[in-house]
Design a protein around this ligand. Structure first.
Ligand code: GAL
Ligand code: CA
Length: 371
């Protein structure tokens, strides 16, 4: 017993060490089996569009108006997930569900709260569940609960690990994941910087790129992969990187603002600020401006999501670039997958979609497409 406790403590100490500090989070993910890779390579993988085609063929047959959908969102106070859930609800209604039969609940970033909400949905007898888990590591418990109640399950946004996904196919369960491969978004962030050319980015001319990294929730594979793959894109281009600071901003603007203010005063030589999402990049921008710095002139800044405000910053030159996290394709893909379970058409175990690199060249067209 005592020994077990000690080893648990050691593991949590290691986990803590992994959360902060340059390069450590990246090294940790590199040793994990990449969930998305296994999934994207599986022949069963399909795209959100092919799922939509399947729905187009079957939707007419289903009487969706009396079907009940339960939707669990990890936290309503998340900019990106707000866009996602709004689009999800509108699209479900456009496909024939009644607004009264769609219940969307806020997990308030607490897994115990969310697990209760899932239990309530099971008691109410919903026809399908769409779940954005608070902790991806709780997916096995969630799946057992939902599958045990014979309710089909569509995971969104926070991808369960490879072992968990393997269970769904091994047991032929009605469980799938709809989302994008976060490695692609990280790579695109790095490429936006690389495309500027090393002479432009290496402001102090020391042959290295001094950067700071602001991470999302480190339990989330999106944060892990974006941290790792953004920097990897610079290294793959033959650039030498120098990590000055790596902090956890938990996807939150105000937290990131504070972190970047501290980082910039400790490390004025910072050349690039990588943020795992746009909300944090917007916070970073406030601190960059407060420090009297100018994006595009004496510092570079990239995010992910393509929030409207971030796209406006890209157009104004106050953000170097972002990556469009397609909440429209993902929410439609999730709704289509839910419909496919209801109609009996079924789904593959992984439904992917692509990110889009956004710079001044295409920010206006992305903005127009979102209006
Ligand atoms: C990411 C997104 C973040 C945050 C996170 C929540 O995909 O880029 O802004 O919403 O999901 O899990
Ligand atoms: Ca430099």
């Amino acid at each position: 017993m005592k020994k077990k406790l000690v080893s648990l403590l050691t593991v949590s100490a290691m986990t803590m060490a992994m959360l902060v500090g340059c390069g450590e989070a990246a090294a940790d993910t590199a040793t994990q089996a990449p969930a998305a890779e296994t999934a994207t390579e599986a022949p069963a993988a399909e795209t959100a569009e092919t799922a939509a085609e399947a729905v187009a063929e079957t939707a007419g047959n289903a009487d969706l108006a009396d079907k009940k959908v339960g939707v669990c969102i990890y936290q309503f106070a998340d900019n990106f997930m707000t866009l996602f859930r709004t689009e999800l609800e509108n699209y479900l209604i456009s496909q024939g569900f009644s607004k009264d039969n769609i219940t969307i609940v806020d997990g308030a970033n607490d897994q115990a709260t969310q697990t209760n909400q899932i239990q309530n949905f099971i008691t109410q007898g919903v026809d399908v569940l769409i779940i954005n888990p608070v902790n991806s590591s709780s997916a096995a418990t969630i799946t057992d609960l939902v599958v045990g109640a014979d309710i089909p399950l569509v995971y969104i946004n926070r991808e369960p690990d490879a072992d968990e996904e393997a269970r769904w196919s091994a047991n032929s369960w009605n469980v799938t994941y709809v989302g994008c491969d976060a490695r692609q978004s990280g790579t695109m962030q790095g490429e936006i910087i690389v495309d500027l050319g090393q002479d432009k980015v290496d402001l102090n001319g020391d042959g290295k790129i001094q950067y700071i990294m602001i991470e999302g929730d480190p339990e989330n594979v999106d944060a892990q992969y974006r941290t790792e793959f953004s920097v990897k894109a610079l290294e793959d281009a033959g650039w030498t990187v120098d990590c000055l600071d790596d902090q956890v901003g938990n996807w939150d603007q105000a937290t990131a603002q504070q972190l970047v203010a501290n980082s910039l005063s400790a490390h004025p030589e910072t050349e690039v600020v990588f943020c795992n999402n746009d909300a944090m990049a917007l916070g970073a921008l406030q601190s960059i401006e407060a420090a009297g710095r100018k994006v595009g002139e004496d510092i570079y800044l990239v995010g992910v999501d393509a929030l409207t405000e971030a796209l406006e910053d890209v157009l104004a030159g106050t953000m170097t670039g972002t990556v469009f996290n397609d909440h429209i394709a993902q929410s439609h893909g999730a709704a289509d997958a839910a419909i496919n379970y209801i109609t009996g058409a079924g789904n593959d175990y992984y439904i992917g979609c692509d990110y889009v690199k956004v710079t001044t060249d295409n920010a206006q067209s992305v903005l127009d497409s979102l209006k």
